[in-house]
Ligand binder design. Sequence first.
Ligand code: AMP
Length: 195
Amino acid sequence: MRIVFLGPPGAGKGTQAKLLAETKGWLHLSTGDILRDAITRDTETGRLAQGFMERGQLVPDDVVDRIVAERLDRDDAGSGWILDGYPRNLSQVSALEKILGAAGGNLDAVLFLAVEDEELVRRILGRAGQGGGRADDTENVVRERLRVYREHTEPLVAQYDEAGLLRRIDGARSIPDVSEAVLRAVDPADGGPGA
Ligand code: AMP
């Protein structure tokens, strides 16, 4: 299957995408992880992306579109994949459609993890306080990431809903509870009565 995880920063997309990928044997593609790795390795992409990421802003579309197109073109993407953190604006939605069109495929589902703002900030700053945070987990940058999400990414929820692809999941619960709901959303036979 071809799945997109959508949701605000701190909603648990990364955690849930990773769990689903492990369970199903699908590729997990996180543009944030790939960009952080590029920064660590000090590549040209990493140097380009770093300033945007430190400010909580979106890295230019051409950079992330290219990352996704290249990664999905590899053999191990054939059995299924999960996009985590992409697409993040309407232009990236179009780029993904082109990538999918070229491969002769469609998206199967967009899983939207819904969590309230206050809980998001609490989670992200909590993770920073425990030393597990990222460079962009400071309060000001978190607020900017939320603002950017509202302005650029949130419109995708309605768009994918109209396309009949959206499955809304309450992300404010425990990791195992959300993970069970995610499995049910991609495969109604999983975890359902009599399954
Ligand atoms: P994430 O790990 O998904 O929270 O992403 C961390 C940061 O990486 C974001 O705040 C952006 O600066 C950058 N980033 C990740 N994915 C994208 C994307 N699809 N488009 C633009 N910037 C992105």
